[in-house]
Design a protein around this ligand. Structure first.
Ligand SMILES: *[C@@H]1O[C@H](CO)[C@@H](O)[C@H](O)[C@H]1NC(C)=O
Length: 411
């Protein structure tokens, strides 16, 4: 027996609505995540045949006997870098153990010693420097973007060069979404265990990688494991970097979630104890979180909500430092037809408060193929990004309204 007319009609209706829904899903931009995709191909940079990549290898300390590193090393004023012992480790790249004498070395890892120009806290009361280390990580970084967009805040992402080479498009995504990119070295090795040349290679290859893929030359750098002493600082300053650690005790320990050496409850308890200390704190804080796996991204939401509830104002490190540019160099804006392009400006000067800072002119010895912008133009660019995101959100609403109307007309 043939199916009744009504049954046929019901099937047709459900078929049409499913098609309309699919068309809507595919064609309507997602308002919550409305930043136009960048044009960088979504593929790793390490797909080169072995030995033919223009970049250092994944998970390895960059080689120092290359023309690039030799040029970078030559440009450093080594008279300004203290001669300190290279710390021994069993496996190269591991963080060093706290052994032996280290007076006058200002070694953070073991003595919690900070230099006057190390950034450890955000200066303003209740300001919260939100930082995520060790990314970018496909499938996790995007979730953090969504979370931060939802809360209308931005963060600093301390990326490693090696991870960037697995997801270079995520670097541009980070900037397009208004976040702040900073360096966490190439291979995430304990820097006090490396030679001067290796430290230069770690810092400069990462800066070059980010620059070549975004046009932004990073200024802020965080030593892996916080492993920094006056030798490492001297090199970083000479190359124009500003060192960022994190607030004493505000390491969330979230990275341990991945290997189950800590429970989510414990991470929350540690953070709650930190938050309880807030009323007596004059300065703001810088937290340490990681861009590693879903558990960490999930925890980031919990901690963000806890901190906001206690009155912390989350922001990226450049913002909390009152640094309008946040980079040593940013791309020149696209030329407007009929207008003469603006002259490249000097890079922003370093914080005069840090007497130990290097001569600003030394920060920019490398490639200068792109012009720089005076302070303020970055915020204009971000405003442009924000408004394009807004119009996309509007577009999304209009698109969905159309799909709904068409669907109801058909039915
Ligand atoms: C998002 O944050 C910016 C700056 O922090 C603020 O000007 C804006 O009003 C906020 N938007 C919403 C929807 O809260």
């Amino acid at each position: 027996m043939a199916p009744s007319k009504n049954a046929k009609r019901a099937t047709a209706i459900s078929l049409i609505s499913s098609i309309a829904l699919i068309v809507g899903l595919l064609s309507c931009p997602n308002g919550a995540d409305a930043v136009p995709p960048n044009k960088i191909p979504h593929k790793a940079d390490i797909s080169h045949p072995k030995g033919q990549s223009p970049w250092p290898d994944y998970g390895e300390i960059p080689k120092v006997n290359t023309p690039e590193v030799k040029a970078w090393v030559k440009a450093v004023n080594w008279a300004k870098v203290p001669k300190l012992p290279i710390r021994p480790v069993e496996h190269l790249g591991d963080p060093p153990e706290c052994k032996g004498e280290h007076k006058g070395e200002c070694w953070w890892t073991c003595d919690m010693c900070v230099a006057p120009d190390d950034v450890v806290d955000c200066p303003g009361k209740n300001t919260w420097g939100l930082t995520f280390d060790d990314g970018p990580q496909t499938g996790v970084t995007e979730d953090l973007f969504k979370l931060l967009h939802e809360k209308n805040v931005t963060a600093t992402f301390f990326v490693t060069g090696m991870k960037s080479s697995k997801g270079p498009w995520l670097l541009q995504d980070t900037i397009d979404r208004g976040h702040h990119l900073a360096s966490h070295t190439w291979s995430h090795s304990g820097l006090t265990t490396l030679t001067n040349e290796q430290i230069v290679a770690e810092l400069m290859w990462t800066q070059k990688y980010i620059f070549d893929h975004t046009g932004y030359k990073v200024k802020y750098f965080r030593p892996p494991y916080g492993d920094i002493d006056n030798r490492v600082r001297g090199i970083a300053r000479e190359l124009g970097f500003k060192t960022v650690i994190w607030s004493n005790d505000w390491d969330t320990q979230d990275w341990q979630l991945e290997e189950n050496s800590i429970t989510p409850k414990e991470v929350i308890r540690i953070f709650k104890n930190d938050l309880d200390e807030l009323p007596t704190r004059k300065k703001g804080v810088i937290t340490l979180e990681h861009d590693g796996d879903q558990k960490m991204a999930h925890m980031a939401r919990t901690l963000l909500e806890m901190g906001i509830k206690k009155g912390l104002k989350p922001m990226n490190i450049a913002q909390c430092m009152g640094d309008k540019v946040g980079y040593l160099q940013v791309p020149a804006p696209a030329p407007v037809p009929g207008k003469t392009p603006p002259k490249p400006a000097q890079q922003p000067h370093q914080d005069p408060a840090s007497s130990a800072a290097a001569d600003p002119s030394t920060g920019d010895k490398m490639d200068t193929t792109l012009g720089t912008l005076p302070a303020g133009d970055v915020s204009k660019q971000s405003a442009g990004i924000a408004s394009s995101a807004l119009s996309l959100t509007g577009l999304s609403a209009v698109c969905w309204a159309l799909v709904t109307v068409v669907t109801s007309l058909i039915l």
